[in-house]
Design a binder for this molecule. Structure first.
Ligand SMILES: [Zn+2]
Length: 272
């Protein structure tokens, strides 16, 4: 094989490899897609029934690698593994009334992203949330329950309409919890900064089974909440929705080749 032929083959191979590697989604996006698709099946009453049998249990004895962390309300009607149609070992779930954050929650999430390498954190609220309703109504409750309700952050300037008010408060609270996670944990902050992990927020509809994903762009437009309660919205098609949910920097800056420095230098040598 002459030199020209060798160079042509090498260039072709490198082009194919780079195209394939760059076409891969970032881990946070791939995780989000799995959640979108799982919820679409659940809401359509067509659950795949995730891997929960003897084989899967055996597989999980040595280790588990959840693909997402879900911080949600402890409400019995909100069960992440079911509503995302996930299997055993797929989700690292944290359930606490009002999906609030405290040190135990932060430590648990730090464990999941640092040691189990979960690439996505979902803060999931739900409509008709009792904890958020109590916070909106300014309920004075005794003991630890009173402390918990004070941690629910419903936000300011809520709409006057009762349903719209609760819907806005639920959304404000999930966003506040997501902000809390990043601000109170250096590890979470660093992982997000390094684009290893991302946080998304969402609201579950008890009636429809749909998850409404809150766009990162919506943070600048809270007035939208007043016009339409979360329960009436339908999520966009799973395949096209991730870009609106995840900050764009995740995809535009993510190149799988970065994870393989030797492979990258090989490609760079070929290009020279
Ligand atoms: Zn709740």
């Amino acid at each position: 094989m002459n030199l020209l032929h060798k160079c042509s083959v090498a260039a072709l191979l490198s082009l194919i490899c780079i195209t394939r590697l760059q076409a891969q989604e970032s881990p946070p996006t791939a995780a989000l897609k799995r959640l979108l698709e799982g919820n679409a099946r659940f809401a359509a009453d067509k659950p795949r029934i995730g891997a929960v049998g003897a084989d899967r249990r055996k597989e999980l004895v040595k280790e588990h690698k959840p693909f997402a962390v879900v911080l949600t309300c402890a409400d019995a009607r909100v069960v992440p593994a079911l509503l995302f149609d996930a299997g055993l070992g797929d989700l690292f779930e944290l359930a606490v009334a009002g999906n609030i954050t405290d040190k135990a929650i932060l430590g648990s999430i730090e464990y999941a992203i640092e040691h189990l390498h979960a690439p996505l954190i979902v803060v999931l609220g739900h409509d008709s949330c009792g904890a958020v309703t109590a916070a909106v109504n300014g309920a004075k409750l005794p003991g630890d329950l009173g402390w918990l309700i004070k941690q629910v952050k419903v936000g300011d300037n809520l709409p006057a309409d009762k349903d719209a008010k609760l819907a806005a408060a639920v959304r404000n609270n999930v966003r506040a919890a997501a902000k809390d996670l990043e601000e109170r944990s250096n590890l979470i902050h660093e992982k997000i900064k390094d684009k290893k992990v991302n946080i998304v927020t969402a609201v579950y509809s008890l009636k429809t089974g749909n998850i409404e994903w809150l766009s990162h762009q919506e943070k600048k437009k809270p007035a939208d909440v007043e016009k339409k309660p979360a329960v009436e919205k339908k999520p966009a098609a799973p395949s096209s929705n991730t870009a609106a949910i995840l900050p764009p920097a995740i995809e535009t800056n993510y190149v799988e080749v970065r994870r393989f420095p030797r492979l990258r230098s090989f490609f760079e040598r070929l290009r020279e």
